[in-house]
Design a protein around this ligand. Structure first.
Ligand SMILES: [Ca+2]
Ligand SMILES: [Ca+2]
Length: 176
C-alpha cells in the first residue's frame, strides 16, 4: 500500500494582493486546478487587496507528485483579469497533521502578493482502513438488531460492547 494518493481537504483562507487590476476595489476569487479537477471560491465583491474566503474543497489526489495551480482572479464585466498565479507541488500539502502556509503568487514573472492556504491530508491507506471499520460497524449493528429481535439481550449487550470498541478505533484513525 502506498501513501501517494488520497483525499486532500484544502482551505483557501485569504490573500494579500499587491497587483491591482481595477480602478476601484477588485473582486477577487480563486481557482484551484489539479489535473482535470477544478474548484472555485465565491467572488468577494470589492474586497480589494485583502480578500478573505475561508472556503474548503476536497481534492481527489491521484499522485502527490502532481502540481496544483492556484489562480487568483478579479471578477470583471466581460473578461476577468488575472491577479496572480502560484504553482505548488501537492506533496507540500500532503503531510500528516496538515499544513498552514502563505504562498507567493506572481503575475507575468513579477511578485503579485501572497495567498494563505491550509490543508488536511488523508492518504488512501487510512481511507481504506476506515471503510473497513465502518463496514464492520454496519455488520455489528445488523447482528445487534437480530439479537434484539430474538430477545437475546445478553448477546445484544456483548455486540454493543464490540461496537464501542470499533468506534474508538475509528476515532483514533481520525485523530492519527
Ligand atoms: Ca479588473
Ligand atoms: Ca473587478
Amino acid at each position: 500500500m502506498s501513501d501517494t494518493s488520497g483525499n486532500l481537504k484544502l482551505t483557501v483562507i485569504e490573500a494579500h494582493l499587491t497587483h491591482n487590476t481595477d480602478v476601484n476595489k477588485m473582486d477577487p476569487y480563486v481557482v484551484i486546478q489539479v489535473r482535470e479537477q477544478e474548484f472555485k471560491t465565491k467572488v468577494k465583491q470589492e474586497a480589494g487587496k485583502e480578500p478573505k474566503w475561508n472556503e474548503s474543497f476536497n481534492i481527489d489526489v491521484k499522485y502527490i507528485g502532481d502540481d496544483m495551480t492556484v489562480k487568483v482572479m478579479d471578477d470583471d464585466i466581460g473578461k476577468d483579469d488575472s491577479i496572480g498565479v502560484a504553482k505548488i507541488k501537492l506533496s507540500s500539502f500532503c503531510v500528516n497533521g496538515g499544513f498552514d502556509e502563505w504562498y507567493e503568487i506572481s503575475f507575468k514573472g513579477k511578485p503579485a502578493g501572497k495567498i494563505h492556504l491550509s490543508s488536511v491530508w488523508r492518504p488512501n491507506t487510512l481511507v481504506r482502513q476506515s471503510i473497513k471499520i465502518s463496514t464492520a460497524l454496519q455488520q455489528l449493528e445488523h447482528a445487534k438488531r437480530d439479537a434484539v429481535a430474538k430477545d437475546d439481550y445478553l448477546l445484544a449487550h456483548k455486540i454493543q460492547l464490540r461496537i464501542k470498541e470499533q468506534q474508538q478505533k475509528e476515532m483514533q484513525d481520525v485523530l492519527f
